[in-house]
Design a protein. Structure first.
Length: 255
């Protein structure tokens, strides 16, 4: 008789163990991939899940967006410049069944694929493109990764290149290039200004040539400016048509 209570206690403990093994609770962002005797039988959740103990097993899958920091990669650009590039990858699981069945470790597989794709895509571009066209490169990497991870039930939502690290000699070379570019632009702007000034002077000369009296008045205006500097002697470099000049002065006075 003393064995009966002990047997009941053991049975109760086993029943509790079986009950805990059979009951699973999944959060809103979780799904459970259920296998019955090794065969896939469905995706369940969220909420309360009942499993057949020792017959069914379940693997949890988190559907939230995951962030993977891609470690720095050595990349040789198309113009043979060696740089170190790292990036950050955002992705989430959209098909729990494929994420568990089609790939052994989807986290490691996605990370390794991101590293290879980063080196492959950036190696096709020049250094200037890496520095100035990051948005385009981000989209290209994201599209390639999204296509390749679709078979694993994974959606790559975004890729961002974080840093493009150069050695000191290359940084100095880029600084010299930027300085040369600024000097070139300054010379171009100066030349354009000279061209515009010459064009305006040519137009002014045509107007003065068509009106001799205007030329005489302009000449007197220049002499007035010279006289204001208290010069003692003024040399006229060419003769003045005083008749034309007087006519211009009278016409101006009549106005």
């Amino acid at each position: 008789m003393p064995l009966a209570p002990a047997f009941l206690v053991v049975a109760a403990i086993l029943a509790l163990i079986v009950l805990f093994a059979a009951i699973k609770v999944l959060n809103e962002y979780e799904r459970g991939v259920v296998f019955t005797l090794g065969r896939f039988t469905g995706v369940k959740g969220p909420g309360l899940i009942l499993l057949v103990p020792f017959v069914q097993i379940m693997q949890k899958v988190d559907l939230r967006v995951r962030v993977d920091d891609v470690p720095p990669q050595d990349v040789i650009s198309r113009d043979n410049v060696s740089v170190k590039v790292n990036a950050v990858l955002y992705f989430r699981i959209i098909d729990p069944e494929r994420a568990i069945i089609q790939v052994a470790n989807f986290l490691q597989a996605t990370s390794q694929l991101a590293q290879v794709t980063l080196r492959s895509v950036l190696g096709k571009h020049d250094l200037d493109e890496m520095l100035s066209e990051r948005d385009k490169l981000n989209r290209d990497i994201q599209e390639i990764l999204d296509r390749q991870t679709d078979a694993w039930g994974i959606k790559v939502t975004n890729v961002e290149i974080k840093h493009v690290d150069l050695n000191e000699s290359m940084i100095r070379a880029i600084a010299r290039q930027a300085e040369a570019e600024r000097e070139r632009r300054a010379k171009v702007i100066n030349a354009e200004g000279e061209q515009q000034a010459a064009q305006k002077l040519s137009e002014a000369a045509e107007i003065l040539a068509s009106r001799p009296e205007a030329m005489q008045l302009r000449y007197l205006s220049s002499l007035n400016a010279i006289a204001s500097e208290r010069t003692s002697t003024i040399v006229f470099p060419f003769p003045i048509d005083f008749g034309t000049l007087l006519g211009a002065i009278r016409g101006k006075a009549a106005e």
